[in-house]
Ligand binder design. Structure first.
Ligand code: NAP
Length: 252
């Protein structure tokens, strides 16, 4: 898979799956636009990426729930590289809470996990149509079944909406030569659960993973491999598809 001269935007590149995807695209010579809020982590990812092929990524500090920030990501990408070939909508947060807590948590989950992705996609789409590029959305198995351990109601609803977004946009843009797909990881070793407000450590997560059919957690670089495959020309016949990577977690 060669991404030489391909411009790839990755949101949430400052951590976890997004950072792993950035490294994998960098190894394949992509020109990267790395997006996140934590500048220190973002710069760390960028300097690791640069070491592979000596191509300096553009880093954009942005909160994707702020419309102006999202517009700035696209503007800076075009100003710096002149086109967009791949958009990886990866940034997301795990919002948990009960139906008895009202609608604020729903709004929060939808704002970050759906609305921001919707706006990013809308602003990137004209450039993706020009380049006949593609989009990979990072969803979750939470789109496909409730996660009983963490009461992730708002999160599950947002990721289910994201999957429908993937399919609708795939259908709309197919005739314009743009593919849109989704990767839906199960429990993956990142800061995600901690960022969602649960004090967990590796040992606790490994213990939880023994319940999954393959008895382990997903690693970020495994999700990155799938993202790269879907973004590559090898996946030229694939659009509107939802790819689960979960060690069989959905089966139990
Ligand atoms: N880990 C799992 O078990 C798992 C399972 C299924 C799906 N996923 C999905 O995988 C994606 C990546 O998560 P991860 O596991 O890699 O978790 P992570 O390590 O916590 O990374 C989350 C990333 O999203 C970014 N982000 C969050 N809110 C943002 C905002 N408002 N504006 C800009 N960036 C924002 C974070 O940036 P900053 O740190 O710079 O703020 C960070 O780079 C998410 O969509 C998540 O739902 C994760």
């Amino acid at each position: 898979m060669d991404f030489a001269n391909k411009v790839v935007i990755i949101t949430g590149a400052s951590s976890g799956i997004g950072a792993a995807a950035a490294l994998s695209f960098a190894k394949q010579s992509a020109k990267l636009v790395l997006v996140g809020r934590n500048e220190t982590n973002l710069n760390q990812t960028a300097s690791k990426c640069e070491q592979f092929k000596n191509i300096k990524p553009l880093t954009v500090k942005a909160d994707i729930t702020v419309d102006h920030d999202v517009k700035n990501i696209i503007d800076q990408a075009i100003e710096t590289f002149g086109c967009i070939d791949v958009l990886v909508n990866n940034a997301g947060v795990g919002i948990h809470g009960s139906i008895l807590e009202g609608v604020e948590l729903y709004d929060k989950a939808m704002n970050i996990n759906v609305r921001a992705t919707y706006l990013m996609t809308s602003l990137a789409a004209p450039y993706l149509i020009k380049s006949k590029g593609n989009i990979v959305n990072v969803s979750s198995i939470a789109a496909l079944k409730p996660i009983k351990d963490f009461n992730f109601l708002p999160y599950c609803v947002s990721k289910a909406a994201l999957d429908q977004f993937t399919k609708c946009v795939a259908l709309e843009l197919a005739s314009k030569g743009v593919r849109v797909n989704s990767v839906n990881p199960g429990c993956t070793r990142t800061k995600f659960i901690e960022a969602a407000g649960f004090p967990v450590n590796d040992e606790m997560m490994d213990r939880r993973a023994t319940e999954f059919p393959l008895g382990k957690m997903v690693e970020s670089d495994e999700v990155a491999d799938l993202i790269l495959y879907l973004a590559s020309d090898r996946a030229r016949s694939i659009t509107g598809s939802i790819y689960v990577i979960d060690n069989g977690e959905l089966l139990v």
